[in-house]
Design a protein around this ligand. Structure first.
Ligand code: FES
Length: 116
């Protein structure tokens, strides 16, 4: 028996956000429950990860939905400053060590970010 609960991911084709809503560069939480997902945009690159920082489990998005992306390529946790490569999810600085974010497969179809 495992203590871990299964992560519920969106079914392929589920619309998670309208691309034009997402700041470029920037990010927003996905329109999906119960699993928190953050969608990141940098130019034509759109990626998504579980919206849970591996350092202390806090969300990357502030209550306003604002998500910090620095230099167009680093997701920055607003709580203690861990930074992650937007394209790969790899931690590149701060207190989250060598962790990597859990990816959520997405694609863009007709201006919508959808689960892949
Ligand atoms: S919870 Fe993200 S850096 Fe601490």
């Amino acid at each position: 028996m495992s203590d871990e609960t299964e992560t519920v991911l969106p079914a392929p084709g589920t619309v998670l956000k309208t691309l034009s809503e997402i700041p470029d560069p920037g990010g927003l939480p996905a329109d999906f429950a119960p699993t928190p997902i953050v969608i990141l945009r940098s130019g034509e690159t759109v990626t998504a990860y579980l919206n849970v920082c591996p350092h202390a489990g806090r969300p990357f998005s502030l209550p306003s939905g604002k998500t910090l992306v620095s230099e167009g390529r680093y997701l920055v946790c607003p709580f203690h400053g861990a930074s992650f490569d937007v394209a790969t999810g790899a931690c590149v600085g701060g207190p989250a060590g060598k962790s990597t974010l859990k990816p959520v497969a997405v694609t863009v179809v007709d201006g919508q970010v959808v689960a892949a």
